[in-house]
Design a protein around this ligand. Structure first.
Ligand code: HEM
Length: 213
């Protein structure tokens, strides 16, 4: 266990994992704003952040490719921590107690809780569909290879998945800010022992096992 930060802090994310996460987050925000600008006239003014309407339209799919690659690396690193277990089902059934801060007696949470895991698989599903449908509707490169009805269906699915993932990321950001000490994990790479013991006791036991004499 790394003790170079002092005895109170433990490592949660390496610098490369954090860089990977923030590239994903920044490209996601760019996609959300450029996508919403193209989606509805009331948000058309967002195009000024991307160099005007033409540049917004040109850049959006390329930024999408960057986010897909960046997110895929993140997902490859973390998927095995996000497999749902029997304990996760019990935790989900008692979500009311979690929200009311009555976590005693709940199954031990490992590296991620069931909410984080469900969000992770929602990201996997929506980002995969966004990539596939994005290619189908990408003019002038690929759209002409597909019948117009397929392009229309892809447009609809693209918008539905964008809506789902924007809502999911709002929840993700809200949870990161709401649970005190979580943001530090993705900013500095470390969390306090108290945070780990309270929110991820199973993970805390695993990472501190080597400390026992
Ligand atoms: C400004 C926006 C964002 C903030 C403030 C934020 C914050 C965080 C924080 C604090 C964690 C650590 C949680 C923990 O260790 O318990 C985290 C993990 C993670 N974030 Fe974000 N995030 C943002 C955007 C995104 C976006 C856009 C994506 C993907 C599209 C994303 C994907 C992930 C993933 C995959 C993890 C690892 C959790 C897991 O594997 O279940 N984040 N984020």
């Amino acid at each position: 266990m790394n003790t170079q930060h002092g005895p109170k802090l433990i490592d949660r994310y390496s610098p490369s994992e954090r860089l990977n996460h923030w590239i994903t987050a920044i490209t996601f925000l760019m996609l959300a704003f450029s996508g919403l600008a193209l989606f509805h006239p009331s948000m058309f003014w967002f195009t000024q952040f991307f160099g005007g309407p033409t540049w917004t339209r040109i850049l959006h799919p390329y930024i999408g490719l960057v986010m897909f690659v960046s997110f895929s690396l993140l997902a490859l690193k973390f998927w095995h921590h996000n497999l749902l277990t029997r304990n996760d089902i019990v935790w989900l059934r008692r979500i009311g107690d979690v929200v009311r801060n009555r976590e005693e007696g709940l199954p031990e949470v490992d590296r991620y809780n069931a909410g984080q895991k469900l969000l992770f698989w929602t990201m996997i599903g929506t980002i995969s569909v966004l990539l596939l449908t994005g290619i189908v509707i990408w003019r002038p490169w690929f759209a002409h290879y597909f019948p117009i009805d397929i392009v229309r269906l892809a447009l609809l699915l693209h918008a539905v998945c964008a809506f789902i993932i924007i809502c999911s990321i709002i929840v993700h950001i809200y949870a990161a800010l709401w649970i005190k000490g979580t943001l530090g994990a993705m900013v500095r790479g470390t969390v306090t022992r108290a945070w780990a013991r309270k929110h991820h006791p199973g993970w805390y036991k695993q990472v501190t096992e080597g400390e026992k004499h």
